[in-house]
Structures are given as C-alpha cells and as structure tokens.
Design a protein. Sequence first.
Length: 255
Amino acid sequence: MNLLGKIQLFAALLIVSILPAQAGPTLVIATNDYPPYVSPSSDHNFLVDLFAAIGTEMGVKFEFRYLPWKRCEQEVTNATVWGAIPYRKTEDREKAFLFSDPIYLADSHFFAYRPKNSTATISYNQLSDLKPYKIGGIQGYYYEPWFEQAGLDVQYAHSEEQNFKRLKLGRIDLFSTATTVGWYMIEKLFPPEEVARFYTLEKPLVAGAGLFLMTSKDYPETYILLDRFNKALTTIKADGTYKKLVSQYGLVMAY
C-alpha cells in the first residue's frame, strides 16, 4: 500500500473510532399521567426509570408517548406503538393483546370524602351495592365493563385530578384508582386538613393484582421482544436494581 493509501486508511479508522456507537432500536410506549408510576411533568417516574434499566438489558431504547388512556389502547391496537403502560388484565384485553410479566403489584380502592362534621362511612360487599352512589371514572380504564354490568351510575372525567376535585366538591361520591396513585394525587392537590377528610373503602376493588406492559400482537417481532423484555425484567429483579428503584420512589416491594 502506498503512502496515500495508508493515510486514507488511517483517516477512515480515526473517523470510525470517534463516532458514537449506534443505539439499539427505539420502542414507543403509550401512557398517560399516572404519578408516582409515570408522569411527563415530574420526577416521580418509577416506570420510566424501570424501563430505562430494562432497555439497557435488552439493548433497546424506550420512548414514551403521553396520550389519553383510550387513545393508548387504540395505538396498541393499530400497532403504531409497541405497547402501553401500566395496564391491568381483563378478559377482553387478554383476547386482543399480549401482556408482560407483572411490572408492579398494586391494589386499587374506592376513595371517598367526608365533609366537615360528617362521620358517614361507605362500605360494600359487591359492586351492585354501590348503585345509590355517583361513581367517578376515567374512560378507557379496566373497570368500565364491571361498572356497566353492575348497573352503577358512573360519571366519567379525563383524569385522576378532575375526579378527586369533583369528589371533594361532592359532585361524585366515590372514585377508584390505584391506591398509591390516589394518595399521591390527594396529597399533591389538597392541604393537610383536607387530605385528612379523604378515606378508602375497606374492601379493595382490586387486591394485589399486577400492572403490566400491554403489547400489540401485530407489532413486528413482538413475541421475541416480549420474551426479551420479560428476561430483562427478571434480571433486574435478581440483581437488586428493581428493589433499589422501588425504595427510591417510596413504593412497597411486592412481586
């Protein structure tokens, strides 16, 4: 090789050596504001950090797209995103989508509010017992068919925040969400003297059930990706990363 050739080869190797390594593929995940699990506007992003750790194990990058809940599910149906979080399993969803191993276990309770000088407490054994009450809800949530089947009076809003404000004003009597999310939102929205007036019904709507990544059946290589995701999740649970993140966000270790 002549001198010019050696110089050209050296220059090419130098350029390659200083170029950043190409990142792995990007997988888009649909979600909505649901702190402390996930939020576009705060540092309370347990699932965002969890997915970053999983992505490192998988060799992929996760990008989050914040949408209304019903739109999240539609985007997964259309395979315009790979998946959506955090979702609970239902019979209908399991027919239409794939689910990861549980990414977190969480109860969901009904929340209620006691006005000043009131000592009334609502209780129930089955959902139909709540027919006398106005129930707040969010369209696209897993409980929609349950409430419809039970014949409940449900008034839907766009967010947890709207429902808790309506609950405090007496426009609805009950609202259900993940218990951790509910108390987070209440403490964020109201002063301590008002926080003390909120309570949860003793019986949970959902007890210790999983929150999942819900993925499209039609996304390219989705079965392979989901298998890799589950293996990466198992790895970070085994090496202590998961436990560290749970502790960092003040959540309860349960899996």
